[in-house]
Design a protein around this ligand. Structure first.
Ligand SMILES: *Cc1c(COP(=O)(O)O)cnc(C)c1O
Length: 396
């Protein structure tokens, strides 16, 4: 017999989500997550992937994956510290060291796990973490796990960060203080003010931590937000994902040798979760080479992003403060956002609504993710659909 308490909890909470338009229906794709996708037999223009450069379906990456699986099998067989570390993992980490221009790199099974692993290995209950209020959920989980005091500062508000950092410092309560931020904010597409953050951090001896999941492959010639600002030697911990622009799966921390040595010795997922599979590691290596050797790919991503953003703005939509390819179309009401997304779907455009708790209540939006794989003609079709649905719902 199932637990009555659990039954009651689930029924009540699921009903609540449904009634408030907060329940997310998941549509499985039939085939690849490319610039066109198929759902329930219907072809759609895809504006919801993080496959920024189209690498998830690149034949060269597929080739690398197939070869690696043939040679190494499909599983790494163990955690990294027992004997799951393959020469491929070391090659990928060396590739990332050169790409990120840091002394050392450690990879993890995902970006989410990276944050859980790295924050909790470095910070503890005697410490404090200054965290941007719009930081990604995995950062917040990592902070909680560390048991450090979490001090939220207003989004990209440097005056607020500074005064909270000074107060934390002067309180004398904390051994270490960290400031942690997304490099590119995942739901709004704005860039963290890293030069100012570094300035404050150097003045007050804060540890700097940048989660660059959406900056890697997009900014700084693909090397990320930190290199975009020329700050490679002034950020202590850089996090990246291999799941977005790189097109595969995995995450990594880049930093000084001793930091990475410590994470290899103490971060729990490195010690207790099986290493990335060979067919995921090999295509990441190929992807980094492609990004380095084909700057046109990133150029195309940015051209497409500018085209879509400008088009949406000209139609009268609110695209927020984005400075990157993440192109939100802010609608506000949660149910209306869901309805808008459903109408786009019916008209052949797959652009998912993002609502509370992923974004603050009342800031529901359609989050558009143009990629290097889209053509301008295809994005033109998207704008026509936006115009039609926007007028129909009295939004423009
Ligand atoms: C997507 C994302 C992650 C998680 O990365 P995965 O590799 O998908 O687990 C972490 N941080 C930020 C800021 C992200 O946008």
């Amino acid at each position: 017999m199932s637990s009555l308490v659990l039954e009651h909890f689930l029924t009540e909470n699921l009903e609540d989500l449904n009634n408030n338009g907060l329940y997310n229906v998941i549509d499985p794709l039939q085939g690849a997550n490319d610039f066109m996708i198929t759902i329930a037999g219907k072809q759609l223009i895809n504006l919801s992937s993080n496959n920024y450069l189209g690498l998830a379906t690149d034949p060269r990456l597929i080739q690398s994956a197939v070869e690696a699986a043939r040679i190494y099998g499909v599983g790494a067989g163990a955690v990294r510290t027992i004997n799951g570390t393959l020469d491929l993992h070391v090659q990928l980490e060396e590739k990332l060291i050169a790409f990120k221009k840091t002394e050392a790199v450690i990879t993890y099974p995902s970006g989410f796990i990276c944050n859980i692993a790295a924050i909790s290995a470095v910070m503890d209950k005697d410490d404090a973490i200054l965290s941007d209020e719009l930081n990604h959920a995995s950062i917040i989980e990592g902070c909680r796990l560390s048991r450090a005091a979490i001090i939220r500062y207003n989004h990209s508000d440097m005056t607020d960060l500074r005064s909270k950092a000074i107060a934390a410092k002067q309180s004398g309560l904390f051994k270490k203080i960290m400031v942690i931020t997304d490099g590119v904010f995942s739901m709004d597409g704005d860039i963290a003010k890293l030069p100012e953050i570094v300035h404050i951090a150097e003045e007050l001896d804060l540890i700097t931590y940048v989660d660059d999941a959406h900056g890697s492959g997009v900014l700084g010639k693909g090397a990320g937000t930190v290199q975009h600002f020329g700050l490679s030697d002034r950020i202590d911990m850089q996090i990246g994902t291999l799941s977005k622009a790189i097109g595969v799966v995995g995450g990594y921390v880049a930093g000084k040798r001793n930091l990475i040595d410590w994470l290899k010795a103490r971060s729990k997922p490195f010690l207790f979760s099986t290493a990335l599979p060979p067919a995921s590691v090999a295509p990441c290596i190929t992807a980094i080479d492609i990004i380095k050797n084909t700057p046109e790919l990133i150029d195309r991503l940015w051209e497409n992003s500018r085209y879509l953003r400008k088009g949406l703005q000209e139609l009268g939509f609110n695209t927020g403060n984005s400075e990157t390819p993440i192109t939100p179309c802010i609608i506000g009401d949660e149910k209306l956002s869901q309805l808008f997304s459903r109408r786009l779907y019916e008209e052949g455009v797959y652009a998912k609504a993002v609502v509370f708790p992923t974004v603050p209540r009342g800031t529901g939006r359609i989050r558009n993710m143009p990629t290097a794989g889209h053509s301008e003609a295809l994005l033109g079709q998207v704008l026509d659909v936006y115009a039609k649905v926007g007028q129909e719902l009295n939004l423009i």
